[in-house]
Design a protein around this ligand. Structure first.
Ligand code: F1X
Length: 381
C-alpha cells in the first residue's frame, strides 16, 4: 500500500481479515459469497495481484473507471491507501451480492454488527448525564454535547475489530477550537448546520443529541445530515441507521427520549433533513466536491466533519508536517469546516510544534491508537 507510515498495510493485513471473519459469522452467506470475500482479501493483501475494475453491472462503474484510471492494472500495494480502502468496500459489496438482483440486493452486510451495538443495554445509562445539563451555563452545555459527539467517534466498529482501547475522557484535546465555534454559532441569526456523519450506533446517538441541542437552543435554524449512500467502512451511517438510532433514542427515558421526539418533529417540518450523496463513498478529498454539493456546503453556517476518514479527506491523506496550519490544509473546502476527530490514522495538521514533539516522546502510538482527539475549525464570516 502506498502509505509512508505502513499504517495501511496493517488495515489490509489485520483489520480486513478480521472483518471478513465477522461478516461470515454474522450473515448466512453461501459458498459463492464466502469465496468471493476470501479472494478479495487475498488479492488486496497480495504484493503482486493487480487491482481490477468493478464488475460490468456495478452501479457507478463508469465513475470508478475514471477515478481509478491510473490504478487499475497496478498492484494493490502501489495504490494510494485512501483510494484502495474506498475501492475495497465497493468490491466487498459486489462479493456479497449487494448490487445484483436477488435476495441480497441492498442488504447491509454490516447491519448485524451495527444492530448488536445499538442493542447494548448500557446505552441508555450512558446518556444519563443529559438530565441536569439544563442547569449548566449555555456555553458549557454546548461544549459537553460537542465533546460527547467527538468522543462518540471512538466507537467505530472497524477500529474495534483490532483494538478496544482508547483514552479516558478528559484527556486534553490536541487542538481545541470549541470556544471559537461557540462564538461563531451565537454571533448572528441562526443558519443551517451540515453534519457530515461518520459512524452509526453510539457515535450517531451522540451526534443526534448535539443536533437536537443546536436546534433547541436556536444555534441552528435547520440541520442537514449527510449519510453514506451505501454501507461503507463497516459502521458508517446510512439512512436506515439514522432511523434506527432515533427509534433507540425514543426508547430512552429522560432528556434523551425527549430529544428523540423533538428530532422527529424537526424532520416532519423539514428542519432536519438527511441526504446520501454518492460523493461520500468516493475516494476523493473534500477539496474536489461536485458543484451541487459544494454550493450546498458553501451556503451553510457550519459544516461539521465527523471522524477519522472524513479528516483524511478534509486535509488530504498525506504525510503533512503536523504543524501545517489547518486553514491551509482545508483551503479548497467551502463553508466553515470543523473537524471533530479521534486520531486513528497517521495524518494530522494544525498542531503546535511542542504538542507534536511531546506526543512523540510520551506516547509513540498517539496518531493511530484512538487515545487522542481534536476540534479544529476554519470559521468563515
Ligand atoms: O472514520 P472513522 O470511523 O473515525 O475511522 C475510520 C478508520 O477506523 O478507518 C480507517 C482505516 O481503515 C482510518 O481512517 C480509521 O482508522
Amino acid at each position: 500500500m502506498a502509505d509512508p507510515g505502513g499504517f495501511g498495510r496493517g488495515v489490509f493485513h489485520e483489520r480486513h481479515p478480521a472483518l471478513v471473519e465477522r461478516l461470515c459469522e454474522s450473515n448466512p452467506y453461501g459458498p459463492g459469497q464466502r469465496s468471493g470475500l476470501r479472494e478479495l482479501l487475498a488479492e488486496s493483501a497480495s504484493d503482486t495481484a493487480v487491482v481490477r475494475p468493478p464488475e460490468e453491472t456495478t452501479p457507478g462503474r463508469e465513475q470508478w473507471l475514471g477515478w481509478g484510471r491510473e490504478y487499475f492494472g497496478r498492484p494493490w500495494r502501489d495504490v494510494p491507501f485512501l483510494w484502495a480502502e474506498s475501492y475495497f468496500y465497493l468490491r466487498l459489496l459486489e462479493c456479497v451480492g449487494y448490487f445484483a438482483p436477488g435476495p441480497w440486493q441492498g442488504v447491509d452486510p454490516f447491519a448485524p454488527m451495527k444492530a448488536a451495538e445499538l442493542a447494548d443495554p448500557a446505552l441508555e445509562a450512558d446518556t444519563a448525564w443529559l438530565d441536569g445539563l439544563d442547569r449548566s451555563a449555555p456555553a458549557e452545555a454546548f461544549r459537553t454535547l460537542l465533546l460527547a459527539s467527538l468522543y462518540g467517534n471512538r466507537a467505530d466498529l472497524g477500529f474495534r475489530l483490532v483494538r478496544d482501547e482508547g483514552a479516558e475522557d478528559g484527556v486534553p484535546l490536541l487542538a481545541d477550537d470549541s470556544g471559537a465555534l461557540w462564538r461563531h454559532l451565537g454571533g448572528r441569526s441562526p443558519g443551517e448546520v451540515h453534519v457530515i456523519l461518520d459512524n452509526a450506533g453510539r457515535e450517531l446517538l451522540a451526534d443526534l443529541l448535539l443536533v437536537d441541542h443546536l436546534l433547541l437552543t436556536r444555534r441552528a435554524s435547520s440541520v442537514f445530515l449527510h449519510v453514506k449512500p451505501r454501507p461503507y467502512f463497516v459502521s458508517d451511517a446510512v439512512t436506515t441507521d439514522v432511523r434506527d438510532c432515533l427509534v433507540r433514542l425514543s426508547s430512552f427515558g429522560g432528556e434523551a427520549g425527549k430529544a428523540a421526539g423533538r428530532l422527529r418533529e424537526a424532520a416532519a417540518h423539514g428542519r432536519l433533513r438527511v441526504g446520501g450523496h454518492e460523493f461520500f463513498c468516493s475516494p476523493l478529498g473534500f477539496g474536489e466536491l461536485p458543484a451541487g454539493l459544494r454550493a450546498q456546503l458553501g451556503a451553510a453556517r457550519l459544516c461539521v466533519f465527523k471522524g477519522d476518514l472524513n479528516y483524511r479527506r478534509l486535509v488530504g491523506d498525506r504525510a503533512w508536517p503536523a504543524t501545517r496550519p489547518f486553514a491551509d490544509a482545508v483551503a479548497g473546502v467551502p463553508g466553515s469546516p470543523v473537524a471533530l476527530r479521534t486520531l486513528k490514522s497517521d495524518v494530522v495538521v494544525g498542531l503546535r510544534r511542542k504538542t507534536a514533539e511531546r506526543m512523540d516522546v510520551i506516547r509513540p502510538g498517539w496518531r493511530t491508537d484512538g487515545s487522542q482527539a481534536l476540534v479544529q475549525a476554519r470559521l468563515d464570516g
